[in-house]
Design a protein around this ligand. Structure first.
Ligand code: HEM
Length: 186
């Protein structure tokens, strides 16, 4: 099944991106810093979602409308008194087919699994509100991810498509990581 392949082959990219997010979260000292973190997520997630939406409609993913999206991040930013102006630059993964879009979406949907850990880390940093995005689907998160994975596996039934799917997912992880540590800043 494509999910097992993609999970295994993006493990390293997950670790690297997770590390960058964790470092950023641990450096948070105020709600203003939290707004900056959310703006990184918003810049990337809203841009990638827009690309994905060219291919993934309710005909592909029937519960699309019930899924978390970047609007949640905007809501959290605004709850904290910030705005989505002056966003960091992002590089999009290359999305040309439905399976590319689902592979990128695997990364965005999967990130919900990390949400509860991020909320706990934020609370340790003294942040206590604007968690709608990182709360994901709450106790339904596992179920929602399984439903997504079914569709991913269906579109990725042919093993010949797996290499490309893995490539797009890895690119989606890596480009997100670059929002936190731009290449130019290294
Ligand atoms: C503090 C940061 C993060 C932590 C601690 C974390 C932790 C985790 C954990 C524990 C899982 C496995 C959940 C389970 O199997 O029940 C998971 C899955 C996943 N995470 Fe993260 N994560 C973090 C950030 C991210 C980010 C930023 C992304 C993407 C942008 C991401 C993408 C994924 C994906 C795609 C999966 C699903 C893997 C699969 O089961 O197929 N994570 N994460």
């Amino acid at each position: 099944m494509l999910r097992e392949v993609i999970k295994d082959k993006t493990h390293e990219a997950h670790q690297k991106t997770e590390g960058k997010v964790v470092r950023k979260v641990k450096s948070i000292k105020s709600e203003q810093d939290y707004i900056e973190l959310l703006k990184c997520f918003y810049a990337y997630f809203s841009a990638v979602e827009k690309e994905i939406s060219r291919f993934v409609t309710v005909d592909v993913l029937s519960d699309l409308k019930e899924r978390r999206n970047a609007e949640y991040i905007k809501r959290d930013i605004e709850e904290l008194g910030g705005s989505v102006a002056d966003l960091p630059e992002v590089t999009l993964p290359s999305i040309t087919y439905t399976l590319d879009a689902l592979s990128a979406m695997y990364v965005l949907e999967g990130s919900i699994m990390g949400g509860p850990y991020i909320v706990k880390m934020l609370q340790k940093q003294g942040i206590n509100r604007a968690f709608s995005f990182f709360s994901g689907y709450g106790e339904n998160s596992g179920k929602m991810f399984s439903a997504f994975v079914e569709v991913l596996n269906k579109y990725g039934e042919n093993p010949d498509t797996h290499e490309r799917a893995v490539e797009v997912a890895n690119e989606t992880f890596t480009n997100f990581g670059e929002v936190f540590t731009p290449v130019t800043a290294q």
